[in-house]
Design a protein around this ligand. Structure first.
Ligand SMILES: Nc1ncnc2c1ncn2[C@@H]1O[C@H](COP(=O)(O)OP(=O)(O)O)[C@@H](O)[C@H]1O
Ligand SMILES: [Mg+2]
Length: 236
């Protein structure tokens, strides 16, 4: 597979479970090592960031510039404030409030029992899934990463409306080079580049309009997504 992403672009990775989406972002984060040798081109493959081979960048240096939001949100017991601040311990309360405001979710946080001082409980179980997602977005936003990787959670019926989570994600992606393993049609449609992954290969790449016009794998996946999201709307 081969693809190029320009600074600030949002890339959506789409494809069925097991197709290789997580593997791609794990390679980029150096959680996995690719099989090639440092500096070698061609058959073994290379991953370059700003022209630098990631083999020559330490994982620590890479991660300092990278935000990662996982599908299973990692919250620890403590307050909402503590959980957000974890990304940048020197940040003060005003920084945390500012980030929530910029994500458009400060009111959601303030409506919690004790606002930003609410204890989230073991693994965040005192919060709804949507609320947990917003906390993780705020945490990622506070870190100001140049690169963002987001394994988007599938939408769920929740006290935090789907629209709020979508809006916050949009703000988080703004002006940042982002890779989203996308499960929401809205995220996919807005992406600058969609990579369609199938059996370990990128079988199609382009924008939503370009790929729909192709009438291939993406267009089939899209039809599936539409069916699923209509099903969810009828549950609501
Ligand atoms: N560490 C690994 N070693 C070998 N195979 C793996 C490893 N991780 C995942 N796989 C396999 O690679 C394929 C792609 O997995 P993954 O990237 O997790 O897909 P997706 O995120 O699209 O669901 C799957 O067949 C999976 O079983
Ligand atoms: Mg995956």
């Amino acid at each position: 597979m081969s693809f190029t992403v320009e600074p600030g672009q949002t890339v959506a990775l789409v494809g069925h479970t097991g197709s290789g989406k997580t593997s791609i972002v794990n390679l980029m984060s150096k959680f996995y090592r690719h099989n090639g040798e440092a500096g070698s081109a061609g058959e073994h493959g290379r991953i370059l960031i700003d022209g630098y081979d990631i083999d020559r960048i330490t994982q620590a240096d890479l991660h300092r510039q990278m935000g990662i939001v996982l599908q299973e949100n990692l919250l620890f017991s403590g307050t909402v404030m503590d959980n957000i601040r974890f990304a940048r311990p020197e940040a003060d309360d005003a920084d945390v409030i500012d980030v929530c405001e910029r994500l458009g979710c400060l009111d959601v946080m303030q409506q919690l029992q004790n606002g930003l001082g609410t204890e989230v409980g073991e693994r965040g179980e005192a919060l709804s899934m949507g609320q947990r997602q917003l906390v993780c977005f705020a945490r990622a936003m506070l870190a100001r990463p140049r690169l963002l990787i987001c394994d988007e959670a599938t939408s769920s019926v929740d006290t935090v409306t789907e629209a709020r989570v979508q809006e916050a994600l949009g703000h988080l992606l703004e002006g940042r080079t982002s890779f989203v393993i996308a499960h929401r049609l809205s995220t996919i449609r807005k992406a600058d580049l969609i990579l369609v992954v199938k059996a370990g290969r990128i079988v199609e790449q382009g924008t939503h309009a370009q790929l729909l016009a192709l009438g291939g794998t993406y267009s089939d996946l899209h039809a599936e997504f539409v069916r699923v999201s209509q099903g969810e709307q009828s549950i609501l």
